[in-house]
Design a protein around this ligand. Structure first.
Ligand SMILES: [Zn+2]
Length: 158
């Protein structure tokens, strides 16, 4: 098959990625292209533009986290362009800081089931308010979760 020049799949090793990082404190800051809004390191991996941390996670763990397996890539530091493999981890979506739930605008199915279980089995006056504080969302949002007004499809998998 004919390939356009410069478009052939680009393979990377962890060592090559790390070599493109500039040491900063304990981090390695990606010196290649960055995402204009989010500040993530960006790279062409094989044939696709990818975030550097997702490629590192894929090489390091030998698997690509997806929303379907309930895992996602996280960092142990606060540098969006960090390419230190030590700082890139794959975690269970549900074990991410609760504050991220509001930020990412969605809960995982496990979180929804957990919330509804507690609402059904441990119900007391004010539980919605307590849950909303714990998960850092507005009480009316939490109420809609508990009453199955939103995230309706989670219920079908019970
Ligand atoms: Zn870092």
């Amino acid at each position: 098959m004919r390939q356009k020049p410069g478009r052939k799949p680009k393979e990377w090793t962890l060592e090559q990625i790390v070599a493109k990082g500039r040491p900063f404190n304990d981090c390695l800051i990606w010196t290649g292209g960055k995402h204009s809004q989010l500040g993530y390191g960006m790279m062409r991996y094989k044939t696709k533009m990818r975030t550097v941390h997702s490629v590192i996670a894929e090489i390091k763990y030998g698997t690509k986290p997806t929303k379907y397996t309930g895992t996602r890539v996280s960092r142990t530091c606060n540098e969006p362009a960090c390419c230190n493999p030590e700082h890139i981890v794959i975690v269970d979506a549900g074990s991410l800081q609760r504050g991220n739930a509001a930020e990412r605008g969605r809960f995982t199915d496990e979180e929804i089931k957990d919330i509804r279980n507690r609402y059904d089995n441990e119900y007391y006056w004010g539980i919605v308010s307590d849950l909303s504080k714990e998960y850092e969302v507005k009480p009316n949002h939490m109420s809609a979760i508990c009453r199955r007004w939103i995230y309706k499809k989670v219920e079908q998998w019970k």
